[in-house]
Design a protein around this ligand. Structure first.
Ligand code: AMP
Length: 281
């Protein structure tokens, strides 16, 4: 497995592979890898011959400097996991390589109204930062296909809107959420959970599952009220939002007959903010 720190080294590696007709997949990550990330590598291997994983903790998508600072960076562990998974190349640029003009470089594109809902409401400017770095990674790799996790449901919508904005011919593949045995969605942030937080964190999956399991039984308002009730009286858990939304617009679903319905949640568990979702239909 090759490791690249610069765009030019990465491009030099990819050029002959592209010339010989190999399909290239990109799996963008921020590192602190777990089996959710590895499932994206495995899915990439089913869709391309050369797999590039990027590891870059992107400063422009963090709204809280403390969150950026404490983001885990276990790089040796990450490289070992990727080598073990059969990844072909890792792109690990530093901030200056991705933002030669500084991380306050101008960037603003129209991502539609969904940019400002849910995560966009709690993390102002987050999706501008996400689409900014993903565009830079796409420019560096020029992949045929890129893998993203359903775990970040809203992020996938935003990236698709960014692709449409620039008319980029990249196929986006969405990979299912990988969970721990007890249902907690895997996340790089889970290592910050204390033992009590870890128990409390199960409420996210439980409330989502409740909505999925009882979707035919109650109306949308009742379902949402019942899901939110899961969060009452748990010390150390603070709900940011729980919504049953239209999967295309992320506006609250107004009817169960809508084509795509997804339940999405974000909550602070101790000092760790977790997100999760479940596609209902
Ligand atoms: P991150 O390193 O958190 O930016 O995530 C990198 C990619 O892995 C994103 O496309 C995420 O949606 C995806 N991902 C993160 N956690 C999971 C999970 N538990 N299951 C599947 N994909 C995931």
């Amino acid at each position: 497995m090759e490791v690249f720190k610069t765009k030019s080294a990465l491009k030099a590696f990819l050029a002959p592979l592209k010339a010989s007709g190999k399909r290239i997949a990109l799996v963008p990550t921020m590192g602190a890898l777990h089996n959710g990330h590895i499932s994206l590598i495995k899915m990439a291997q089913q869709n391309a011959e050369v797999i590039i994983c990027s590891i870059f903790v992107n400063p422009t998508q963090f709204t809280d400097p403390k969150d950026l600072e404490k983001y885990p960076r276990p790089i040796e562990h990450d490289l070992a996991m990727l080598a073990d998974a059969g990844c072909n190349g890792v792109f690990m640029p530093d901030v200056a390589e991705m933002y030669p003009q500084g991380a306050d470089e101008d960037w603003h594109i129209d991502l539609g109204n969904a940019e400002f809902l849910l995560e966009g409401e709690f993390r102002k400017g987050h999706y501008q930062g996400v689409t900014q770095i993903v565009k830079k990674l796409f420019d560096a790799v020029e992949p045929d296909v890129a893998m993203f996790g359903q775990k970040d449901f809203q992020q996938v919508l935003m990236i698709k809107n960014m692709l449409a904005h620039f008319s980029l011919p990249i196929n986006i593949i969405i990979c299912p959420i990988i969970r721990e045995e007890d249902g907690l969605a895997m996340s790089s942030r889970n290592i910050h959970l204390s033992d009590v937080d870890r128990k409390n964190s199960l409420v996210l999956n439980q409330s989502l599952k409740y909505v999925a399991d009882h979707f035919d039984e109650f109306d949308l308002k009742e379902l949402e009220t019942k899901a939110k009730a899961f969060y009452e009286n748990i010390d150390g858990v603070e709900l940011d939002y729980f919504t049953i939304a239209n999967g295309a617009t992320l506006e609250p679903a107004t009817s169960k007959e809508e084509n795509s319905v997804v339940a999405l949640v974000a909550a602070k568990v101790g000092s760790t903010r977790l997100i999760d979702n479940m596609i209902i239909k």
